[in-house]
Design a protein around this ligand. Sequence first.
Ligand code: C2G
Length: 132
Amino acid sequence: MKKVITYGTFDLIHWGHINLLKRSKGLGSHLTVALSSDEFNLIKNKKSYHSYEKRKMLLESIRFVDKVIPETNWDQKIQDIIKYDIDIFVIGDDWEGKFDYLREYCEVIYLPRTPGISTTKIKEDLFIVTNS
Ligand code: C2G
């Protein structure tokens, strides 16, 4: 049973996220999502629209997702990989190269981002619509 893990904020869940989760699950038979906490989001300079609990509930409703754990800092990945017996770390290629140090512990795969959609784009488009 190949176990896969990915990390992210997944705010205002959209089809780019779903593409990532679907492909991630396709790499193995179990997918864990380490979901950025509200506090860690502030460290990432991200302000989520939805709280951690709401983002967790949404992710747990997605059939590709088997487990959701909190991501509270940049440095938990190695211990997560060991603790959850992970075979593959996967993330979008906007992070290309940033997590190569994990290759000592598991396979590292960067998947192409889905073009044309992002949480930021959604927020910007809605701002324009509501202010025009
Ligand atoms: N993503 C994607 N295509 C998009 C938008 C996002 O493939 N159009 C992917 C990102 O590459 C990432 C995942 O969806 O793998 C979640 O995106 P974010 O919530 O923006 O994740 P991020 O803030 O980059 O968090 O420790 C790692 C960080 O927590 C990653």
